[in-house]
Design a protein. Structure first.
Length: 119
């Protein structure tokens, strides 16, 4: 699943770059949306995000592209790799700026783990 986000002034830290917490929030949302679209009968919550390493500062006005790819389906959980790219609207060159794996678990109405339906 692919999604885009424009970095606005309210997303910046005190140095004028994208606040890492905003990027993590967007990555989490993209993974949740992908899982919810793939399995609409499940109620997902995030239980893990792998390695978090910010390798490039992101400036205001940057258009970020998020690509979520399903990498593993378990009985009750699902894992997506989320890659984030700087679309490079000024240069035309796309650059990967962040990547991590997000694991979500399917819950039933009582908040207990539930099986993900087979596809």
């Amino acid at each position: 699943m692919e999604n885009f986000k424009l970095v606005l002034p309210e997303h910046l830290n005190h140095f004028g770059y994208l606040f890492g917490g905003n990027l993590l929030k967007w990555v989490d949302e993209v993974a949740w949306i992908a899982a919810s679209l793939d399995f609409p009968e499940c109620k997902f919550v995030t239980i893990a995000m792998d390695k978090v390493e910010f390798r490039k500062s992101i400036k205001e006005g940057t258009i970020l592209r998020f690509l979520a790819e399903k990498v593993r389906i378990g009985n009750t959980s699902i894992k997506y790799t989320v890659n984030v790219f700087d679309e490079g609207i000024k240069t035309g060159d796309e650059e990967k700026v962040f990547t991590t794996n997000v694991t979500l678990v399917c819950l039933d109405e009582a908040g207990n783990k539930a099986n993900i339906p087979e596809r």
